[in-house]
Write a protein that binds this ligand. Structure first.
Ligand code: ZN
Length: 452
């Protein structure tokens, strides 16, 4: 049996093991991560070949990297991948070149708002190369020649993911999903992986005596959940409840992000457990940015999957930077998250077969003259906006103006299910109606929305 007091320590040690690996949405770092998880629980691993179509997306080329650096004129490495894998723009194409500072600058990514840390940046679907560094170091770069080297490969291969399944008394399933694609960051990504692994061990120890069957997904974020949902689209009916686990090791209070349906058994269960815990917590309504709940709750999939975090993604300054490190998370907070999840499971188990909640989104009548209602024409997961040139190219952080425009696109896609008018979407998202109307025009032009 698991020694409960040590669960936090075990998860922390597990994160320590995974932390140094350079992960991405594909490649050997992800495989190594799955291999380490498989030493704890016997996961089944899968490989989806490059160019496989998964709903609106295509599995990209596989990325691997051995080394990367920038040397100054004296031959001294001023940026070294071996010190931190965050120094490389994730998915960088290979390069070996001597460049002036002016030529180098467009390939350097910094975060002026947090000038002492290295930001995490990605470029999965737009070929580019680059380095990330603290903004203050960037300001100190001398006007001289630099030798740039990225020893990476981007070629046909596959996307890897893992699954762990524990059969219960019924075939009805609860899924826990976490993502294995972030390089060296702890709270975002790895804390969820450690918690899912620990929960999997806990469920396994219940020796098939649970009412539900349990499925744990270890997938790369976004493309991984889209791929998993596409491959398993005929088995989704079995999934009754689910939670995405991420950012569960920091000192912040627990936050629960509700499902898109907004009033489901998993929502009520988590909220009840949190309310009874006497601990401070936060409940937030669903919003269509964030992690893989975006895909699980997309209108064509519409599963009852919420998101369990402590400090929610994007709302802590360490998010997507080198400061999300082993000092930022603590065993006691990991353990607290684990204990809360056990209570949630216990309650779901005891309510099995008793829930009276049926369908939550009621058809609504709209006044055609005043209310525009759109229908998402690509409702199975998010459509890939990047390939239609209506989404930013570099992942990690974007300007506020772009953020609002893109937010309008994803809100429209998520809620254009025939039950929400553009005014409803404006009210829910707090996005100005005019911005939404402009975004709706763009989506109509791209044949992703139609007025009904
Ligand atoms: Zn992230």
């Amino acid at each position: 049996m698991l020694n409960e007091k040590n669960s936090g320590e075990m998860m922390y040690k597990f994160i320590q093991k995974l932390f140094p690996i350079c992960r991405s949405i594909t490649g050997n770092g992800t495989r190594k991560t799955l291999e380490i998880i498989s030493k704890e629980i016997s996961i089944q691993t899968f490989e989806i070949p490059t160019n496989t179509q998964v709903f609106d997306w295509t599995i990209p080329n596989e990325w691997n990297i051995k080394d990367a650096y920038i040397k100054n004129q004296k031959g001294i490495k001023i940026i070294d991948f071996k010190n931190s894998n965050l120094h490389v723009l994730n998915y960088s194409t290979p390069i070996q070149k001597n460049l002036t500072l002016e030529e180098l600058k467009p390939h350097i990514f910094t975060d002026p708002d947090h000038p002492d840390v290295t930001p995490y940046r990605t470029s999965y679907y737009h070929e580019n190369w680059g380095f990330c560094m603290p903004h203050n170091d960037f300001l100190n770069l001398k006007d001289e020649m630099y030798e740039v080297q990225i020893d990476s490969t981007l070629k046909k291969g596959s996307l890897s993911y893992g699954e762990f399944f524990v059969k219960g008394k019924s075939s009805e399933e609860i899924i826990f999903s976490c993502y294995i694609c972030h390089p060296s960051m702890c709270n975002d990504s790895l804390s969820g992986v450690a918690l899912a692994t620990q929960l999997a061990k806990y469920i396994q120890n219940l020796k098939n005596q649970t009412n539900y069957s349990y499925r744990f997904l270890f997938i790369p974020e976004t493309i991984g959940s889209i791929a998993w949902l596409s491959i398993n689209k005929n088995n989704l009916k079995k999934i009754k409840h689910g939670l995405v686990l991420t950012c569960v090791g920091d000192s912040g209070n627990i936050t629960y992000k509700k499902t898109r349906k907004n009033d489901t058994e998993i929502d009520n269960t988590v909220i009840d457990v949190l309310n009874n815990s006497s601990k401070k917590h936060k409940i937030v309504d669903f919003f269509p940015t964030g992690s893989d709940e975006r895909q699980f709750c997309s209108p064509g999939i519409n599963l009852e999957v919420g998101c369990f975090t402590r400090s929610i993604f994007g709302e802590f300054p360490e998010y997507h930077t080198s400061a999300d490190n082993l000092d930022f998370i603590k065993p006691e907070f990991l353990n607290d998250s684990f204990e809360m999840l056990k209570k949630i499971i216990e309650k779901l188990e005891s309510n099995h077969g008793k829930s009276t909640i049926k369908n939550n989104i009621k058809p609504k009548k709209f006044s055609k003259s005043t209310d525009q209602v759109y229908l998402n024409l690509s409702p199975h997961c998010e459509p890939q906006l990047g390939k239609r040139m209506i989404y930013h190219k570099t992942g990690g952080k974007i300007s506020e103006e772009v953020q609002i425009k893109e937010k309008a696109l994803v809100w429209l896609l998520s809620y254009s299910d025939g039950y929400h008018s553009i005014k409803d979407i404006s009210r829910l998202s707090e996005i100005n109606l005019e911005i939404l109307k402009n975004a709706a025009n763009i989506l109509e032009e791209k044949k992703l929305l139609k007025l009904i």
